[in-house]
Design a protein around this ligand. Structure first.
Ligand SMILES: [Zn+2]
Length: 293
C-alpha cells in the first residue's frame, strides 16, 4: 500500500472514531438537539432519541382471568370485566396513536398459573413496556353490606382514586419508575386524583411506600407481574370498583377514554425519552453518512 493511501485511510478512520463516539454519547444521554450540529449532519435525515411509534411495543395486560376474575364490584360485576374493557380501550388508543405493535395480553385459567403464563408470554414478546390494568378493592374488614337489584353485595365508599405500582426487583427498575411517574402526572393533568390510603398505617400488611407523592406511585416489590417481567413494568389500579360512586364513573366510556388518553400520552413521552430498539440501526446509518464525508 502506498504511503499516501495509508495516511488517507488513517485520516478517514482516525476522524471517524471520535465522531461516532460523540454521536453515541449524545444518543445515550437522550439529547435531541445539538447532536446533528456536532456531527455536521442535516438533522432531518436521522432522528436519534425520537419515538419510533410503530416499533415501540407496549404489552397491555388484562389483569386476572375469566376463571379467576379478581375483585367483585359494589354491584357484583367482576373486576376482570372492567380490566378487559379499559385495556381494550387503551390498546385501541395506542394503535390510533401510531403504536401499532401494541399487544393486548389476555390470559385464561386459574389465578396462579395465569400469573406465570402472562409473565412468560410478555417476556417472549420482546416488549419495550408492560402495563398491567386492574381495578381496586379494599381489605374485607373495610367492607359493608348493601342490597342492589335484590342482591346482597359488599362495598366500601371509604377510598376512591387510582394508584400506580412498581417493583424495585424489576430488572428495569429506573425505567419502570420513570414511566410510572409520567403516567401519574398525565392522570393528574386529566383531573384525576390518586388514592393516598395505601401509605397509611391502618393498611397493615397492604401498606405500601409512596415513592412519588405528586404522581401517586407506590412501591410493591412482590407483585409477580412486575418483578419477573424483563421489560419496564407498571401496574395501574384504575380506581375502586367497591366504591359505589366510583364504580359508576369507571363504567362510563368517557372516563375510560380519559384514562386511555393519559396512558397514550405517558407512553409517548416515555418512548421519546428512551433510545429505541432501532438505535443501533440508526447509529449505523449515522456512521455510513460520516464515512461518506
Ligand atoms: Zn386486580
Amino acid at each position: 500500500m502506498a504511503r499516501g493511501s495509508a495516511v488517507f485511510l488513517w485520516l478517514r478512520h482516525g476522524a471517524l472514531l471520535p465522531l461516532a463516539l460523540l454521536s453515541l454519547l449524545l444518543m445515550q444521554q437522550g439529547l435531541r438537539t445539538g447532536w446533528a450540529d456536532a456531527a455536521g449532519i442535516t438533522p432531518k435525515k436521522v432522528h436519534l432519541g425520537r419515538c419510533d411509534h410503530p416499533v415501540f411495543r407496549v404489552v397491555v395486560d388484562v389483569g386476572h382471568t375469566p376463571e379467576a376474575p379478581g375483585a367483585l364490584s359494589a354491584r357484583g360485576v367482576p373486576e376482570y370485566d372492567f380490566n378487559l374493557r379499559l385495556a381494550k380501550q387503551i390498546e385501541e388508543k395506542l394503535t390510533e396513536g401510531g403504536f401499532t405493535s401494541t399487544i393486548l395480553l389476555i390470559t385464561e385459567g386459574p389465578a396462579k398459573s395465569g400469573l406465570s403464563e402472562r409473565v412468560a408470554r410478555a417476556n417472549a414478546l420482546n416488549a419495550d413496556l408492560f402495563v398491567s390494568i386492574h381495578h381496586d378493592s379494599v381489605p374485607q374488614s373495610f367492607k359493608e353490606e348493601w342490597e342492589h337489584d335484590g342482591q346482597k353485595n359488599s362495598y366500601s365508599d371509604r377510598f376512591k382514586g387510582h394508584s400506580i405500582f412498581v417493583s424495585y426487583e424489576n430488572r428495569r427498575r429506573a425505567a419502570s419508575c420513570a414511566f410510572a411517574r409520567l403516567l401519574g402526572r398525565e392522570l393528574k393533568a386529566s383531573g384525576l386524583q390518586y388514592t393516598p390510603h395505601y401509605s397509611r398505617p391502618f393498611m397493615g400488611k397492604w401498606r405500601r411506600e409512596l415513592i412519588d407523592a405528586d404522581a401517586g406511585v407506590y412501591r410493591y416489590d412482590g407483585l409477580i407481574v412486575l418483578r419477573t417481567t424483563q421489560m419496564p413494568a407498571v401496574l395501574l389500579e384504575a380506581g375502586s370498583i367497591v366504591n359505589r360512586d366510583e364504580e359508576l364513573l369507571l363504567s362510563s366510556s368517557d372516563h375510560r377514554l380519559l384514562i386511555a388518553t393519559s396512558v397514550v400520552n405517558a407512553v409517548d413521552r416515555f418512548c421519546a425519552l428512551r433510545p429505541s430498539r432501532n438505535s443501533n440501526a440508526r447509529l449505523s446509518e449515522l456512521q455510513k453518512k460520516l464515512r461518506k464525508r
